[in-house]
Structure formats: C-alpha cells, structure tokens
Design a protein around this ligand. Structure first.
Ligand code: GDG
Length: 480
C-alpha cells in the first residue's frame, strides 16, 4: 500500500501543480452494487486499473466515469470513498451491439492479429458511436477548465475526439490496453478514419509497446491528415504525443502476498496434492488466463500432449495446471473455445492419466487473489503463450510472487511483456506446437544455475517498472 500512496502523492503533485483534477474514463466503474444485510451498497471491485487509480482519485478528489455493470437506467453521480463516481447508462440493446458486437467481435479480434475473423456490421458501429458520445457528454459535465482526463481502452476510442469538441479546455490522454495492429490489418476496418480521428483527439496517445505506437502513427498518417514524428504529431493544428507506456503490477504487494504465511502454506499443500505417488516429486507447469482465444490455451494443451507423446517426460514427471477464468461467455467464439479446451483436457487425461494422477488439472473459475498467488508460488514453470497480447500481467505476477530464484517463465514472443522480459524468459512462437513442446521440456529440465540466472534477469526487469511508474510517466506526459 505504501507504493499506492507514493504514486498518489506524486500524481497529486502533478495535478495540484496544474490546479487540475483527474477524471478517469473506462468502460467499467471501479465499484459494483452488492446486497449487504438486505441493503444495496456500492463496493470497490478488484482489478489492476482500479487498484492503480483509486488512491490517486481519493487523494485528489477526482472522478471516475464508467458503466455500472447493470443494463438500463443509471443512478445519479455519487461520492464513494472521496472519489466522485459518475455512472453512464447503457441499455441492454446497446450493450449487445456496442460491447458484445463492435468492441468484442469487431475490434478485439482485429486488434489481436485477426486470430478470429473480425465481423464488420454497420448495425454495431452506430451503437458504438452513441455509447462513446454518451461517455464524452458525461465527462464534459464532470470537468472544469484545466482538468486532466484519462480515457482507457478500445471500447472508448471515439471519446477523446468527441470530448475535445465539447471541452477544448481540458487535457486529454488515451491509453490502449490491447495491441494496435499493423496498418495492413487495421486498413480492413470500414471506420478506420473515424477511430483514428477519435484517438487523435487526445494530447497523449499511449500504447503498451513501441510497435503498437509505430503502427498507430503510420495508420494515422495514411488515413488522416496527421503528420510528423510520433513524439509530436501535427493533427488539425495541435500536437499529439504518441508513445509506449508499458503497464505493470504492484510489484511489492505481489512479492509480499507471495511470501506471506497463508500463501506459503497453501503452496506447500498444493504441491503435496499434485505430487505423484510414484516419484514423489513432480514438476508443475501452470497456465492462468481468461478463457480467451487470444491466450493460446488450446495450443499450450496440444504442446503438453505432444510432450507426453514423445515420452522423454511422463505424467509422473510433470503435470499441467490450467486456470481458465470465465470470460465473455455469451460470445460464440468463447463458448466454442471452452468446449474445445475441455475436450482437449479430457483427451490428454484419457490417454496419459490414471486414477489419482491426472496429467492436466483444469480449473474453470476465478480464484481468490491469495489462492492465485499460491499457484504462482508452487509452479516450477509458468507457461504464457498468447497468440497476441497487449502486455500480459500474469507473466509479471508470476515473477514477483516467486521465491528467490526458483521458477522458469515460458513466454510468447507475441506478448507485450516479451519486450521487458525477453532476456530472462524462454521465448516461444506459440504457433509452433513442436517448438513449444521442446521449450516446455527445456524449462522442466533447466539446470539450477541457468534457471537462477534467468529468474534473476526477470526479477530485475519486473522490479524496474511498477504500475506506479506506469501511471506516473503517463500523467507526467499529459501534464507537460
Ligand atoms: C488486458 C490486456 C493487458 C487472472 N486469473 C485470476 C485473476 N487474474 C488476473 C491476473 C491479472 C489479470 O487477471 C489478467 O491480466 P492480463 O494482463 O493477463 O490479461 P487481460 O485480462 O487480457 O488484460 C492485457 C491488461 O489488459 C492490462 O493492460 O496486460 O494484454 O489483454 O492481473 O492476476 N485474478 C484473480 N483470480 C484469478 O483466477 N483474483
């Protein structure tokens, strides 16, 4: 918590020096409505962005504009723990088209290298415009001259441009949490000009990696009147700064939770439960992901199956634990992926398991944070194999939660995290099942010195960039 207050203080300084408040704009509010003792109350909901921003807003008396999670009418703005909360109403029909449709069936796959075919429908585009306008109007009501507004993610890419028209007297920042695709792919989007102009309404446009920033800048030059270098593009008479700001985690907190007594006990218990009755010591591979087709869960399972089929390691030597957090279950592609992953897990256990010794443990649920930390603590090898990922915080959390220099990270070269963690991780091309199986085997059999050397590099890289550093550098860029 110390770090949270540090960044809160720094951000407060930045905000105070400009006599400005900070307004966060994100699809979801940082609070949700729950029933406690028969009464409906607002409770803070967990999540990286929420944890990073809440103290800043609490200390500066800032606001958060977002959707409450319930379709239909929204309650009036209210104060929650010294933060102003401004709910934006979204109807059930808008949700289906703006969120399930344009955000998650057009933009999400398109921005992730089209690993599923994006669908382009005009009937989804207009609700996306309407909902973005509703957000922009809500923010316009919320701000005073000189305030700083930080808009987040792919659901709200039109908000900066719309807000600039309504309120040219505020500083506007935009951060994209997912990758920005290469110009050749982005070119497919029928509304590419509108999306680019929307984002260019910001003073600072932030991305997870330099390649996303580059992709955006070249698309902007090609399809809008923007010109000039990334760090200071000219767009309609204004300067727009385009830059990478790699997001991170609360490293100290993750380290502390990982080392805490309850987590240590639970990690020991989990290892005992997973130990093979024959050899007593089984190496544990771990995957933790939202059940999303970008995360490469199915390829990871197929590579593990390949590893066992080769026979140099058996299910007595190693086990794969896959935590799959339910996600976007109403979207067809997600339901299909779930069925496929469950079939694969069953197939592998059918062939390589025996009573009391499954080869794959598949958990379809979200775990409490401490339990998740215990899984990180006890795993010998963390396997993070997205086909494309903005950053991937799981990879960073694994490193922070692990003890000393134990543990090995297998990481996709297509995760944003590969930029910072590339020298310590075993990098893989997740499309290459043979290569992935070979890398998993290498990770399981790495000698102690090499494992320690790699984990040392990973720890250094993770400690160098915390979520506080991320927020601070973005807000500094926005204030300057
Ligand atoms: C998007 C981008 C980018 C996971 N399982 C459990 C659980 N989690 C938490 C992890 C981690 C978070 O969820 C997942 O973050 P990721 O970064 O891995 O992935 P996305 O959800 O796709 O996030 C991504 C991120 O935004 C931030 O900018 O890195 O690229 O796609 O923090 O800990 N938490 C709990 N139980 C679980 O079972 N409590």
């Amino acid at each position: 918590m110390l770090l949270w207050s540090l960044i809160a203080t720094r951000s407060q300084e930045i905000a105070m020096s400009r006599k400005s408040r900070l307004v966060i704009v994100a699809n979801r509010l940082p609070v949700k409505r729950v029933k406690r003792k028969g009464k409906l109350v607002w409770e803070t909901s967990p999540g990286g962005l929420v944890t990073a921003m809440t103290p800043i807003l609490n200390d500066t008396g800032g606001s958060w504009v977002g959707w409450s999670g319930a379709a239909g009418k929204a309650p009036p703005a209210f104060t929650h723990e010294n933060m102003r909360v401004h709910p934006v109403p979204i109807s059930a029909e808008q949700l289906e088209k703006f969120y399930g449709g344009f955000s998650n069936t057009t933009l999400w796959p398109l921005y992730h290298d089209s690993v599923r075919t994006p669908q382009f429908h005009r009937r989804w585009w207009w609700p996306y415009v309407d909902v973005n306008r509703r957000f922009a109007e809500a923010v316009a009501d919320e701000v005073s001259p000189g305030d700083m507004v930080w808009v987040h993610d792919y659901q709200l890419q039109l908000v900066p441009g719309m807000l600039r028209e309504l309120r040219p007297d505020v500083r506007i920042g935009f951060f994209l949490h997912i990758p920005f695709p290469p110009e050749e792919l982005f070119a497919q989007l029928p509304w590419r000009r509108e999306i680019l102009a929307g984002m260019l309404g910001a003073d600072v446009v932030g991305f997870q990696t330099p390649s996303s920033a580059r992709n955006f800048a070249s698309a902007a030059k090609l399809y809008t009147e923007a010109k000039g270098p990334e760090r200071g593009m000219d767009f309609r008479g204004r300067k727009v700064r385009v830059q990478a700001f790699p997001i991170s985690i609360d490293v100290k907190h993750m380290e502390q939770v990982g080392m805490s007594a309850p987590v240590t006990d639970l990690a020991t218990q989990l290892r005992t439960d997973l130990a093979s009755s024959r050899t007593g010591d089984r190496r544990v591979l771990l995957g933790v992901d939202r059940l999303d087709y970008t995360k490469g869960i199915d390829i990871r399972l197929r590579a593990f199956e390949e590893l066992l089929t080769r026979g140099s390691l058996t299910a007595d030597d190693c086990v794969l634990v896959q935590v799959a957090v339910p996600s976007r279950e109403s979207v067809d592609d997600y339901a299909e992926l779930r069925a496929y992953v469950e079939r694969l897990s069953g197939r592998i256990n059918g062939q390589f398991g025996r009573p009391g010794r499954a080869a794959v443990h598949y958990l379809y649920r979200s775990l409490p944070f401490e339990e998740l930390a215990a899984y990180y603590r006890m795993a010998d090898v963390m396997v993070v194999t997205p086909l494309r990922d903005g950053m991937n915080l799981v990879a960073k959390e694994y490193v922070a939660a692990n003890e000393g220099d134990t543990g090995t990270l297998v990481l996709s070269e297509f995760a944003g995290a590969a930029h910072e963690l590339g020298s310590g991780a075993l990098l893989v091309n997740p499309h290459d099942v043979d290569g992935l199986a070979a890398t998993m085997e290498m990770a399981l059999t790495l000698d102690d010195r090499e494992r320690q050397r790699r984990m040392g590099l990973l720890r250094q890289a993770v400690r160098k960039n915390t979520v506080f550093g991320w927020a601070e550098s973005f807000l500094e860029a926005l204030a300057s």
